[in-house]
Design a protein around this ligand. Sequence first.
Ligand SMILES: Cc1cc2nc3c(=O)[nH]c(=O)nc-3n(C[C@H](O)[C@H](O)[C@H](O)COP(=O)(O)O)c2cc1C
Length: 370
Amino acid sequence: MATLLAVGIQGLVMVVITVISLLMPSMTRRDLLFGVTVAHNARETAEGKAIIRRYRLGVLLVAVIEAIGLALLWLLAPPHFWNSLWIVIIPLVLVLIPDIPYLLAWRSARALAIALPPASTPAPSAGLRPRRYADYVPLIWEALPLALIALTASYLAFTYAAAPAIIPTHFDAAGNPNAFSTKSIGSYFMLVWTQLFLYALITFLSVLTVRAKATVRVPVFLKLAPDLDEAAMDGIAKVIATTDLDGLIVSNTTITRDPVAGMENASESGGLSGKPLFNLATRRLAQMRQRTSLPIIGVGGIHSPESALAKFEAGANAIQLYTALVFGGLDLLDRIKRGLANTVRAEGKSNISDVVGRRAAEWAKGELSL
Ligand SMILES: Cc1cc2nc3c(=O)[nH]c(=O)nc-3n(C[C@H](O)[C@H](O)[C@H](O)COP(=O)(O)O)c2cc1C
């Protein structure tokens, strides 16, 4: 029974590690492939797909080998094997062997690396920021060893309570105990101390590795003026399709004065922002949405939950506001967030992303206004 439990725990560790290893490429940021900074579309290229496929096959192969190894141990190992130091070594092996396909994938992914400027040279369009530990190591990867340690601690506490005052510490070749010691919490929990020490050591080494790679690619968004015509937008869409741009911001302020014609101060020079900009900026946003699938930040004249919703409906993936804060204060952000959440709930949807672009066609043709 104890053997079955030990094999079961090791098997569980193996399955969890395998599942997480298989999901690993989908869990990291799109511009990182096995820790290598790559272009956003690198995963969709034939080479990127092949690297991920080979990695997953490697993980499955490792899992099969480990399962066969565990099954053989279960069938052939003497009972005291499961009370020996091997119970520390096996989980370590199970945790470390899946690193082999990862390291091989990392080596292949280096062929797809994009050239980063040297750490000492600032990028022309965006500042570089230090890499963070979480850029490389998803939190779940950190949680796994902790879960393993917690599991071991619980198992040991359970057996400690049930163990007799004198416990065997060594066994002869036939599996019979030949040395004893009084039970002590310190020795019982040696396995946990060892795991904690190794965990701290591995984390420390990982942090050092991450810090050694000093820079990361910063996302770059292109911000457009709302005073562009359709031909200019066509040209922009064509150019950005050939770049590694991360997204657009639509739009900046307008130099036109149509929305405020006849009003006091309408003839002042400079960019016009706020509510009068809303319809023009939202129309341009929708027109760009029809020309690109890149993420777009919708900005220009947002002043209420309704206007924020309209930006999403016109095709924004995120929104930004500035001028209305002068009039509505920071409370406005709260009102907008609550308004958007209410709309999402009232329509039985789960996320604001479900409404993105649903009225882009009408906004693009100028059939809608607010
Ligand atoms: C006083 C002021 C300064 C601005 N400065 C910048 C700037 O430096 N760079 C920029 O891209 N946009 C700038 N903007 C434009 C805003 O970021 C925003 O695109 C525009 O005001 C429309 O949004 P809003 O109606 O919510 O203000 C500025 C706007 C205002 C009113």
